[in-house]
Design a binder for this molecule. Structure first.
Ligand code: S3P
Length: 440
C-alpha cells in the first residue's frame, strides 16, 4: 500500500532513540546461551529481533516479555541448545540468521532455516564457508541461499579466519561458533566493523583476546567451551535509526530535533562524521552509559549542506546509513561521491540500485558506479513527486519518507510494512516531530 510524505516547514521535538537492533539480537542470543536469568530493558521489539528470540526459544531458552521493551531470558547454560521441532523463519533478518548459524554450529542439533524473499536472495556462503571448515554440515547448494538445513556439532574445531569482506555478521558468526568449539578461534579483521559481539560477550563473562597484527589488522580470539553468565542490561539507543530523525532535522527549514540516548561507538558513527563533513554541525551531549556503551543526546537543526567525497575509512562504520546519506547528498550543493561500498549490493536490497532509483524518480541527478554512487546535489529542496520502489528494504522506505518532508513535492513509497523489522515506532516518531506521512 502506498504511503506519502508531504513537505512541512518545521520538524521539531525530542525523541528517545529506539533500542539498537544489533545489540538487541545479541542480548537475546547471549542471554539464551547463558546460565541464569538475564533481564533487558529498552530492547528493540522489531520483527527481526523477535524472530531471533523465537529461534532461541525454539531451541530451549525461555524468552518472555515482561513490559514494553522489558524482556527476561532464562538461558540454557551448560545444557546447551537442542534441535527445534519446527523450522526457524528469520524473516528479513540477515543479522539474526547469520549470527544464529554461528551459534547453532557449535551444538549437536539439526535445524531448517528460512527467510523472506529478500533474505532468500542474500549470500550465506560468507558464513557457511568458515563454519563448514570448523565442522558444520548443511544442505545449502553451491550458491548458498536460504532455505536450507544445518547440523551443528559439539566437536566443532577452532579455526583462524580472515573474512574476505568487512562484515560484523561474518566475524560474529565465526566467534560465536568458536565459543562452543574445541580450541581457539581467531578472526583476523583488516577493516574494523561493529564490535558489539566482542563487547557484549565480555559483559556475559567470556574471555576474548585482542591483538594488532603487523600491517594493522585486528586479531580477535576466543577460547572454546566457555560458559556465559546472565546479566541485567539496558540496550543503548540505535544510531542507525536515529540517523533518520537527525537527517530530518538537518533538512527541515526550521528543524530543531533532539534524539536522546544514542549509542556513541566509533564502529557505528560514520554517518554523523560524514554529515558534519557536509556542514551539519550536530550537537552532542553526554548521557551516561548503557551496557558498556557511551550514550549521547544528539541535536540537529537546519544546515545548508555541501557535497563531499565520503572518505572510504568511514564506509564500514556507516554501512547501514548510505540510503539516508544519499538523501542528504541530494539536498546539498555540489557532488557527493561514495566509493568502496560494494557491500551495499548484498543488503536487504541491492542498495546501490535502490538508492539510485529512489533519487532519480524524485528528480535528482545520480549515477550508479560499481562500488557506490555519485549524486549531483540540488543545492536545496529536491523536486520530489516520485513513487519510490522500496524492494522489501526498510532503510529505503524510511529514507524516502524523510526526503518527502523537505522536498518541493510529496514523496511516496510503495510499502511501509517492512519498517517494522528495525524501527516499529518510526511513523509515530516522525508524526511527533510534525511530519505529515499518511496512506495514499
Ligand atoms: C550487523 C552488521 C552489518 C549491518 C547489519 C547489522 C550486525 O552487516 O549491515 O544491519 O548486527 O552485526 P554486515 O556485517 O553484513 O556488514
Amino acid at each position: 500500500m502506498v504511503w506519502t510524505s508531504r513537505p512541512v516547514r518545521r520538524l521539531a521535538g525530542s525523541i528517545r532513540a529506539p533500542g539498537d537492533k544489533s545489540c538487541s539480537h545479541r542480548a537475546l542470543i547471549f542471554g539464551g546461551l547463558a546460565s541464569g536469568v538475564s533481564r533487558f530493558t529498552g530492547l528493540l521489539e522489531g520483527d527481526d529481533v523477535i524472530r531471533t528470540g523465537l529461534a532461541m526459544a525454539a531451541m530451549g531458552a525461555e524468552v518472555a516479555c515482561t513490559g514494553p521493551g522489558a524482556w527476561e531470558v532464562r538461558g540454557v547454560g551448560t545444557k546447551g541448545l537442542a534441535s527445534p521441532k519446527d523450522g526457524l523463519d528469520f524473516g528479513n533478518s540477515g543479522t539474526g540468521s547469520r549470527l544464529m548459524m554461528g551459534v547453532m554450529a557449535g551444538f549437536d542439533l539439526t535445524a531448517e532455516l528460512s527467510g523472506d524473499a529478500s533474505l532468500s536472495s542474500r549470500p550465506m556462503n560468507r558464513v557457511l564457508n568458515p563454519l563448514r571448515e570448523m565442522g558444520m554440515k548443511d544442505t545449502a547448494g553451491p550458491d548458498g541461499r536460504l532455505p536450507f538445513s544445518l547440523t551443528g556439532s559439539s566437536a566443532l574445531k577452532g579455526i583462524r579466519y580472515a573474512p574476505p569482506q568487512a562484515s560484523a555478521q561474518v566475524k560474529s558468526a565465526v566467534l560465536l561458533a568458536g565459543l562452543n568449539a574445541v580450541g581457539t578461534t581467531t578472526v583476523v579483521e583488516a577493516k574494523a566493523t561493529r564490535d558489539h559481539t566482542e563487547r557484549m560477550l565480555k559483559g556475559f563473562g567470556a574471555k576474548l583476546g585482542f591483538k594488532v597484527a603487523p600491517g594493522g589488522a585486528a586479531e580477535i580470539s576466543i577460547e572454546g567451551k566457555q560458559p556465559l553468565f546472565a546479566v541485567d542490561a539496558a540496550i543503548p539507543g540505535d544510531p542507525s535509526s536515529a540517523a533518520f530523525l537527525i537527517a530530518a532535522g538537518i533538512l527541515s527549514a526550521q528543524g530543531d530535533v533532539m534524539v536522546e540516548g544514542v549509542m556513541s561507538n566509533p564502529t557505528r558513527s560514520g554517518f554523523y562524521d560524514a554529515a558534519n563533513l557536509m556542514g551539519a554541525h550536530l550537537g552532542a551531549e553526554e548521557r551516561g552509559e548503557a551496557a558498556g556503551e557511551r550514550l549521547i543526546d544528539l541535536h540537529a537543526g537546519y544546515a545548508g549542506l555541501k557535497g563531499i567525497a565520503v572518505p572510504e575509512r568511514l564506509v564500514a562504520s556507516m554501512i547501514d546509513e548510505f540510503p539516508i546519506l544519499a538523501v542528504l547528498a541530494a539536498f546539498a550543493t555540489g557532488e557527493t561521491r561514495v566509493t568502496g561500498a560494494d557491500e551495499l549490493r548484498v543488503k536487504e536490497s541491492d542498495r546501490i540500485k535502490a538508492i539510485v532509483a529512489m533519487l532519480r524518480v524524485n528528480g535528482v541527478d545520480v549515477e550508479e558506479t560499481v562500488d557506490g554512487f555519485t549524486v549531483q546535489g540540488c543545492g536545496g529542496p529536491v523536486p520530489g513527486g516520485g513513487l519510490v520502489e522500496t524492494r522489501h528494504d526498510h532503510r529505503i522506505a524510511m529514507s524516502a519518507l524523510v526526503m518527502g518532508t523537505a522536498a518541493k513535492k510529496p514523496v511516496s513509497v510503495d510499502d511501509v510494512s517492512m519498517i517494522d523489522t528495525s524501527y516499529p515506532d518510526f511513523l509515530g516518531h516522525m508524526a511527533m516531530l510534525g511530519a505529515e506521512i499518511g496512506q495514499g
